[in-house]
Design a protein around this ligand. Sequence first.
Ligand SMILES: [Zn+2]
Length: 293
Amino acid sequence: MQNIKPQPANLAPRSPEFPWPDNKKTALFVGFDVDAESVWIGMDPKNTERLVTMSYGGYEARVGVPKLLEVLARHEVKATFFITGWTVEAHPAMCEDILAGGHEVAHHGYLHLRPEPGNIDVMAEEVDRGLEALKRVLGIVPKGYRAPGGESYTEFLELLADRGFQYSSSWRDDIRPYRHVLPRGAGPIEIPVNYSFDDWNFGMTHRSGSRALFGREDVLGIWKDEFEQTRDWGGVTTMVMHPQVSGRPMRIRILDQFLTHVRSYEDVWFATGAEIADHFERHEAAQNNSTQR
Ligand SMILES: [Zn+2]
């Protein structure tokens, strides 16, 4: 029998308790993964020649993102858009519009390749090409990273720390932010995602992965329940949406109604990933000062 060391996979202690700004009870982190065509290329490079498959991703620049930006502006919500480097290069105008809306742009790989144990060389190139594209096309240095396909490993987390990322938003093990603990010491902050807010699971169906879609009442019910209980617990609700899913006509209504629902509470801090990470760091610095005294 294989001898696997019995210890928690995540070495970080339980997330620290600290108040949200302005006496808010909870936080809503509206996050989008802007994959465009790159998610389909990442699945199979031959898809570049399959124009209908590619058109799922192409919807983002043509319709999805512009319509989502309208909804966010109407609700006065600033979101974080995790964008692949390939998408930044292929759709610079779409990305400029995101920045012009006052939203945060963060890193989502280059060709949407998933961190898998053993592929550190490939992932180093992914991260560096993504950083280069964000800098050259949009003039930004991202603070946050979300893993395409939602996976990670220690060596890769170390790479993110070495590249200066302030936060990651990929883990699924908490309702509050915490700081990663690497074998060599402190790692980036984690703002864990709520997997129930990954719209791909409810609203994406295609030729090679066809399945029934979930309607508005199903999804809205799940989202409201998750949000309300997270609010009671004082956590952060982290959304994982894709413009090629939630930018679709009937699905954008789900988001619209969800934001209306959340706006009906006055104790919700709507924050970007960077704002949450900055707030975490202020709290952490205050904690360290008080323990040193
Ligand atoms: Zn993605």
